[in-house]
Design a protein around this ligand. Structure first.
Ligand code: SAH
Length: 382
């Protein structure tokens, strides 16, 4: 059986090299070829002997999920639909900005948490993504976004189609400066694979991102937050969305298990290990649901003990959901109340909504094993 080297971090690659009777430094060499150079063909690894390359080709492969669709929005946001087998597909989004390029990565095919305002949650859950499927999103996007010059100006072919590189905003050699684990799925519910993938993101021989530039967003799995602080502290975002348990129980059902008080305490603990000195609280703005001035005051009081920034996200609609986006006035008023209370509050710019690439619109294609759509209440009460 061939091993897919894409999902192996430096330690695992050392183990693989040892099995081949090779020195540990080969692991770093392989990481550089695979992740720096974006190579998936052992014959291109010219600093290794031909016999070694041949042995590698026999025992291993470098295989990322196949791209099914590649769409670019009017604002330059780009979305890839990637095939992860058995009828499932996941989405990855690249958001270019003047001084940074952010890749939004999925961690699961679907999601089991069933937040009422989230498109992925409405799809139900199929399975956790493997390490290679998670890091494969960054591998693929880095390759696709690399400058034309570096690729000889011609773009390259995939199994599916020719990729035209002419329309990419290029940010030097490293188009992707930040990664957010904010795509489909709950990353802390796929803890081991997400951490292994993030270790590759941070490894200097792979992507070399600083911990501050990798953000994990969670709906609030309290034990997972503690484990993350020990295993791989990166910047933390928490999907809060409500100022009290009564409303949060409804919007983010996992709150029934880990209520706000416990969640905020976990955030406090996390901060002692985090690379940043604040947690980001995400708060989706739903008209008439959580956007009243009184709720802004309640929120400000609630988080006053936690060093934080609040990111207000205008709700992005998707088919089959009744919520409305709060008006720009309501959002501005809400933000002003938070700021008057001394909090840092920003409004997230909606990007890529014309190609359903905005927050909460990622649906991919999920074969729902939980049959959530017909079984929602039972699922929530577990
Ligand atoms: N499961 C993780 C990460 C995925 S969602 C989490 O819950 O944090 C990334 C962010 O988009 C979360 O804050 C999520 O609550 C928000 N979001 C989900 N659906 C949305 C929608 N329809 N409009 C705007 N934001 C949404």
């Amino acid at each position: 059986m061939t091993v897919n080297l894409l999902g192996l971090d430096q330690d695992a690659l050392r183990g693989f090299c040892a099995e081949l009777g090779e020195k540990p430094y080969r692991a770093r060499q392989l990481l550089r070829w695979i992740h720096h150079a974006g190579v998936d063909d052992f014959s291109a690894m010219t600093d290794m002997s031909r016999p070694l390359r041949e042995r590698l080709a026999k025992s291993a492969a470098i295989a990322a999920p196949r791209v099914l669709r590649d769409t670019t929005a009017a604002d330059g946001t780009r979305k890839w639909l990637l095939d992860v087998g058995t009828g499932n597909a996941i989405e990855t989004v690249f958001i270019p900005e003047t001084h940074r390029g952010t890749l939004c990565i999925s961690s699961q095919a679907g999601c089991a948490l069933a937040c009422t305002f989230c498109s992925t949650g409405h799809q139900g859950f199929n399975r956790n993504l493997t390490v290679e499927e998670i890091i494969g999103q960054l591998w693929w996007a880095s390759r696709a976004l690399r400058s034309r010059a570096a690729l000889g100006g011609a773009g390259f072919r995939t199994a599916q189609s020719a990729v035209d590189l002419s329309d990419h905003p290029i940010h030097g050699d490293r188009p992707i400066s930040n990664v957010v684990m904010m795509g489909m799925g709950e990353p802390l519910a796929n803890f081991d694979n997400v951490v292994a993938a993030m270790r590759l993101m941070l490894d200097d021989s792979a992507y070399g991102l600083s911990r501050r530039r990798v953000t994990l967003s969670t709906a609030g799995l309290v034990p997972g937050i503690d484990r993350l602080g020990e295993a791989c502290p990166v910047a933390l975002a928490v999907s809060l969305h409500a100022p009290n348990d009564a409303l949060r129980d409804e919007l983010v059902p996992i709150n029934r298990k880990y209520p706000i008080r416990e969640l905020l305490a976990a955030c406090q603990r996390y901060l002692s290990r985090a690379p940043r000195d604040f947690v980001t609280f995400e708060y989706v703005m739903l008209s008439g649901v959580n956007d009243a001035v009184g709720q802004a005051r309640e929120l400000a009081a609630r988080v006053s003990d936690v060093p934080c920034k609040i990111n207000l996200i205008p709700f992005n609609p998707f088919p089959g959901v009744d919520y409305q986006r709060s008006s720009p006035d309501a959002i501005a008023r809400f933000r002003d109340v938070l700021m008057q209370a001394g909090l840092v509050a920003t409004v997230r710019k909606t990007r890529g909504d014309d190609i359903a690439a905005a927050c909460g619109q990622l649906a991919g294609r999920v074969q729902d094993r939980t049959r959530r759509t017909s079984n929602r209440q039972q699922e929530l009460s577990r």
